[in-house]
Design a protein. Structure first.
Length: 363
């Protein structure tokens, strides 16, 4: 968008013979309208406009912004509307919702600043990701864009320029160390709002000992190939005379976890059982384990993500208490009876194979 005679005009509707100015800095801008790139305006060389760093957009970003404009059905939608108080320019602004189509890399600090800026203006932000992020779904660079909805669980949004649709990946969770999700595509902002209100059936996951064997085998392979993180976790278990793959079956009472734990959720639980000592403070045990596991909780689009960690931790302690292993007195854990650790991976696999049916019933 640019100004033409004090009125905003889109690059699609503009003619090269006219004179245009930037909505932010008021400098002259050049209309670029050819056969390769989507129509857009560009600053001249040596411009010091605050938004210049955002230029050099990819074709995907230019096209996606245009498609998203129509996705909102463009009533009350502003394109690249500059907000001078926070010095930010969202791709689209629909009422009090900033829509950002993120195709390029962005640091978590910069992301937090952008989200925080919108909040100061009482504006919510919807971050929709491009194709590169979609290819890296499940990786740390993409995880910071997770949302959490009570009805949908952990959710992420992607724009598909080839289909002109919004892809919603929801109910994202790790099951036996593998990332799973449900998916739907919508064609308008209205459809998105309706889906958020009524998403339909949310899938749950059954326990499967064969998938558990695969998860244990993966950890064993990481040890064999000297994976640095796994070796470090194993060394912490060794200090207490334990093998990481010989962990008690109480580790397997829950096989599904939220994305913030990552694919090594089982290891996080093993480290908790490994760190159990008589009279340890509940808070201290969690802090020790999170430090060893290097659990990162940077989710700027989720309110208080730490609450999910605390809830899962409380669930583990509750299971141990109900099974008669521990008693919690005040803020400390009292050991009542010892957990049964296996000597190693092979002993555990052999034992589980011998009593597979009983084991599944038990968990």
């Amino acid at each position: 968008m640019a100004y033409l005679n004090d009125k905003l005009i889109s690059a699609n509707d503009a003619k090269k013979s006219d004179d245009f100015s930037c909505p932010v800095c008021k400098e002259k801008v050049v209309l670029k309208k050819g056969a390769i790139m989507s129509p857009h305006f560009s600053h001249r060389k040596n411009s010091d406009c605050l938004t210049l760093m955002e230029e050099g957009e990819t074709e995907e970003h230019l096209l996606g912004k245009q498609q998203l404009y129509f996705f909102t059905q463009y009533n009350e939608t502003l394109v690249e509307n500059y907000l001078p108080k926070i010095k930010q320019r969202p791709d689209l602004l629909w009422k009090s919702l900033a829509i950002e189509f993120q195709c390029s890399p962005i640091s978590i600090n910069r992301l937090e600043q952008r989200i925080g800026g919108y909040k100061k203006q009482h504006i919510k932000s919807l971050w929709i990701l491009g194709s590169k992020y979609r290819k890296r779904f499940g990786q740390p660079s993409t995880n910071k864009f997770y949302y959490y909805f009570e009805k949908l669980g952990f959710t992420m949004f992607f724009w598909l320029t080839a289909k002109n649709k919004l892809e919603i990946r929801y109910n994202c969770r790790y099951v036996y160390g593998k990332l799973k999700y449900q998916m739907i595509e919508v064609s308008s902002l209205h459809e998105l709002m309706q889906f958020l209100k009524n998403p339909g059936m949310i899938m749950s996951d059954r326990k499967n000992i064969r998938y558990l064997f695969d998860e244990l085998r993966r950890i064993q392979n990481q040890l064999f190939y000297q994976n640095k993180r796994t070796i470090d976790w194993q060394n912490h278990c060794y200090l207490n005379g334990h093998d990481i793959n010989g962990a008690p079956i109480e580790c397997h009472f829950s096989n599904t976890c939220l994305p913030l734990f990552g694919k090594d959720y089982l290891v996080w639980k093993i480290l908790i059982l490994n760190g159990l000592v008589d009279n340890i403070e509940c808070k201290q045990l969690l802090e020790i384990v999170n430090d060893i596991y290097k659990l990162q909780v940077h989710y700027p689009l989720i309110k208080s993500p730490e609450k999910f960690i605390l809830k899962e931790y409380a669930n583990i302690l509750s299971i141990l208490s109900k099974k008669g292993y521990i008693r919690i007195i005040g803020d400390r854990i009292q050991i009542i009876k010892s957990l049964n650790w296996f000597d190693d991976y092979y002993q555990k696999i052999q034992k589980l194979s011998q009593c597979e049916g009983a084991f599944v019933d038990r968990i």
